[in-house]
Design a protein around this ligand. Structure first.
Ligand code: NAP
Length: 262
């Protein structure tokens, strides 16, 4: 008998940047599907513990793990602790991210470029590398990166973010080629504008709006994407519904380029 299409029972997930926003939505959705979840955070300990409490209340195992994904030497500990607490991780979701400051290339601080690329891409590479040996032994492995629909536009004053997401996507698409023989799927979810702290700050900076949900009425489906919309897509990509899907980039933007700069 085949497994339920969107069921993730028995899976052990690590979601980076899961204390808030999209990562939080993904962690909650994976747990609702039956997965145990390691909730990585950088500064938001209380918020991460609240995510853990919600997952545990729903009957799954969960643990909050502090580490900055931009600091490569913190990732050995993160990978090891996730494995110790939950068992070998077979589902890695790379969601932790930061916006760049909006400077053009001529005036970008090299340290800013380094920070943004390290957070989105270099840390993602290292964490994936650390978890691959365990994942290869699992019946199925998944690495899913949260990129951005913005990437295809390559807008002015976005070089650090654009470069970081391009590198992240390159890593995932390469991984799909390298690890299919080991039963590991590697896919990209590219959200449009999502209602989170990052999305709200972007809308405030670009459009001067204090409340991002003021944009809901302009959207094809009558609202912007919420973290749970991205969570459901990640659940789908990690599920038995996608046994032969790898190396794909799925845009989740509610049917439009919802960018305030668009
Ligand atoms: N919101 C959007 O419109 C949108 C659109 C497309 C793509 N994305 C992408 O989606 C991902 C999540 O964005 P979001 O909107 O949810 O952002 P957010 O609301 O600002 O939340 C960011 C999350 O990432 C964590 N984080 C940041 N730096 C970290 C680091 N160095 N190490 C570990 N965790 C770190 C934060 O943890 P702490 O709070 O604990 O520090 C927080 O949990 C990002 O990769 C972003 O580029 C967002």
């Amino acid at each position: 008998m085949s497994a339920e299409p969107l069921e993730l029972s028995g899976r052990r997930a690590l979601v980076t940047g899961a204390s808030r926003g999209i990562g939080r939505g993904i962690a909650l959705e994976l747990a609702a599907a039956g997965a145990d979840v390691a909730v990585n955070y950088r500064r938001g300990e209380e918020a991460a513990e609240a995510v853990v409490a919600a997952i545990v209340a729903g009957g799954r195992r969960a643990v909050a793990l502090q580490a900055s994904v931009g600091e490569l030497d913190e990732l050995d500990g993160l990978a090891a602790r996730a494995g110790e607490e939950l068992g070998p991780i077979d589902l890695l979701v790379l969601s932790a991210g930061i916006a760049s400051r909006g400077d053009d290339i001529a005036s970008t601080d090299p340290a800013e470029l380094q920070r943004v690329v390290a957070t989105h891409a270099l840390g993602a590479h290292r964490l994936t590398q650390l978890l691959l040996p365990g994942m290869r032994k699992a019946p199925r492995g998944d690495v899913i990166a949260i990129s951005s629909s913005e990437l295809t536009a390559m807008r002015a004053r976005g070089a650090p973010y654009n470069m970081a997401k391009a590198a992240l996507e390159a890593m995932i698409l390469t991984l799909a080629h390298e690890e299919a023989g080991n039963g590991i799927h590697a896919n990209i979810v590219a959200p449009g504008l999502v209602v989170t702290d990052m999305g709200s700050k972007l809308v405030k900076a670009k459009l001067g709006l204090d409340d991002i949900s003021e944009l809901d009425g302009d959207q094809p489906f009558g609202r912007l994407c919420r973290p749970e919309d991205i969570g459901r897509t990640v659940r789908f990509l990690a599920s038995p519904a996608t046994t032969m899907v790898t190396g794909q980039r799925l845009v989740v933007d509610g049917g439009t380029d919802a960018s305030p700069t668009g």
